[in-house]
Design a protein. Sequence first.
Length: 330
Amino acid sequence: MGPARRCRRRPAVRARRETEMGLVERVGGRLAMALLLAAPVAGAQEGEGDVVYVPTPQHVVEEMLELAKVGPADSLVDLGSGDGRIVITAAKKHGARGLGVDLDRYLLKLANDNARKEGVADRARFLEQNLFETDLSAATVITTYLLPEMNQKLQPKFLALRPGTRIVAHDYDFDSNWTPDARKVMDAPGKTVGEPGKSYIFLYVVPARIAGEWRSQVRHGRATVPYEFRFDQEFQFVEGMARAGRREAKIPEFRLEGDRLEFTARLNVRGRVVDHRFAGNVKGGVIAGTLAIGQGAALHQQPWTAQLVKAGEMSDGTGRPPRQYRHLKQ
């Protein structure tokens, strides 16, 4: 058969976004009816116990996996897996291993049957499990089709995962100050849930925690100069200062994606203002990478490490308006 149809069950509907429908929320084994209109939801289907779930178009599923750059080395977890389409597609087309969790036994049986029919039952599993209690520690990619209230509840758990873990949310972002690293809008003909005819995909990459004070030693000729850094962090956004010897300069450009960081600074070293380009990977309290100093013929590169000497707190952006999408890869 062709690719298994993906049918995602949706929890209780927030009235300001979806005033036209009533859906059943099933969380923690309890059912709560949010009946706004008695008319049936176009495009919705019923699982066991009249639980309403909504199909996600296959081309949207495929774009979600592409945006997350899913590959054979990945372990994917789909929270609320419906009939299993995301996990099955990740296994069949991208070579990944995947786990889908759901509470609807009818849908779980359907998903496991679909995995066997598609020949990926050894790499695509589906379990009856509460998504809030699911162990995500081994996941490198997580997919969701949850309303913002549920994403917000999961956000602390997501942020505690390994830096670089990718989270792909369909239609609803986290509605918080953690803005996505990438966002895509797709045509979805026939889709009536959310914004009719449109699907939104949001990619979040769990950032390493680097807020605080760091120190390193940098060679300049035969001399070694102490460098100090102070990083202020709000999720993947970082600002800070760099100091070489006794002279300090603001860091004008900083990029953090997962555990990978890059930043620049113009520092006065031994009487000369010199361009510095730092790049490295964060692991615990150590940054290890390279430092390029100077420009053109005077450019030279050397190994660079920095040690954390005083940890800071990562801000959650409380008290300021959410960032806009200006930084996003569209």
